[in-house]
Design a binder for this molecule. Sequence first.
Ligand SMILES: Cc1cc2nc3c(=O)[nH]c(=O)nc-3n(C[C@H](O)[C@H](O)[C@H](O)COP(=O)(O)OP(=O)(O)OC[C@H]3O[C@@H](n4cnc5c(N)ncnc54)[C@H](O)[C@@H]3O)c2cc1C
Length: 249
Amino acid sequence: MTSTQTAGFETVALDTALRPAELVGREWLTDGYVRIRVAGEALVGFSAPGADDHVRLFFAPAGAGVPGTAEEWREFPSREYTPLNADARAGWVEFDFVIHGDGPGSAWAAQAPIGAGVAVAGPRRSNAVAGEPDAWFLAGDETAVPAITRFLRARRPGTPARVIVEVAPENELIPIPADPASEVTVVVRGDRSLADALAALGADDRPAGAVLGYVAAEAGVVPVARDLLLDRWGLPAEAVITKGYWRRD
Ligand SMILES: Cc1cc2nc3c(=O)[nH]c(=O)nc-3n(C[C@H](O)[C@H](O)[C@H](O)COP(=O)(O)OP(=O)(O)OC[C@H]3O[C@@H](n4cnc5c(N)ncnc54)[C@H](O)[C@@H]3O)c2cc1C
């Protein structure tokens, strides 16, 4: 950490276990966003301590049977997701999926039958928060909402948080935790974009003190976020996470 910044992210290594499980619950939160619960004995003890931890989910195709080894699971289609809620004693984990097309992740979340096989690999590492930030800046599209939700929940109560989320029109009512210290802006894709909203922020919009910034969205947003957080706001690299969570086409 630099001398003027008293908070940052530190990488912590975790395990690389692959845990077979099955789909046990599906709750539609909007027309394009669905909460999935997966459960199984192997998820007892599952831990994802960091707000933006991610695991790789392997989806067993219908009729493929349940693999007996990690190597067999790893041959199935897989994508990255953020554990939102988990119960390590009961052995279940919940994920929120964006439904956007017919990729294996989106299709599985929307259509797989209850009981479908899935394996959870990781998280392999966490971004732990070191120090106490004075403010948070959290932005992204629907794919980042689970991590943003976890950052908001985990922060010290009352710490100011500026949140900007870009969503498809059908996801305008996506659930994001609100409290008096957070200011949440939902940008509806098509009217405006997250990149526009980030580009419109200037040096005067920087929250005071030690700020931690997290921006995750379509890959094209990353350079716009870095221009804001690192250049215009002058945050140190260790106080900033910017990540492309998916790539258009
Ligand atoms: C660290 C990390 C954490 C992530 N956490 C989550 C999470 O918690 N929830 C979540 O929903 N996603 C999350 N993602 C994003 C998710 O992994 C990608 O969106 C992934 O591509 C979805 O796979 P798919 O099989 O549905 O589509 P793919 O087969 O990968 O892609 C099919 C088509 O859909 C397009 N596409 C992919 N993603 C999107 C999207 N989100 N919106 C619109 N079009 C898209 C692609 O450009 C392509 O044209 C995360 C990604 C990373 C790297």
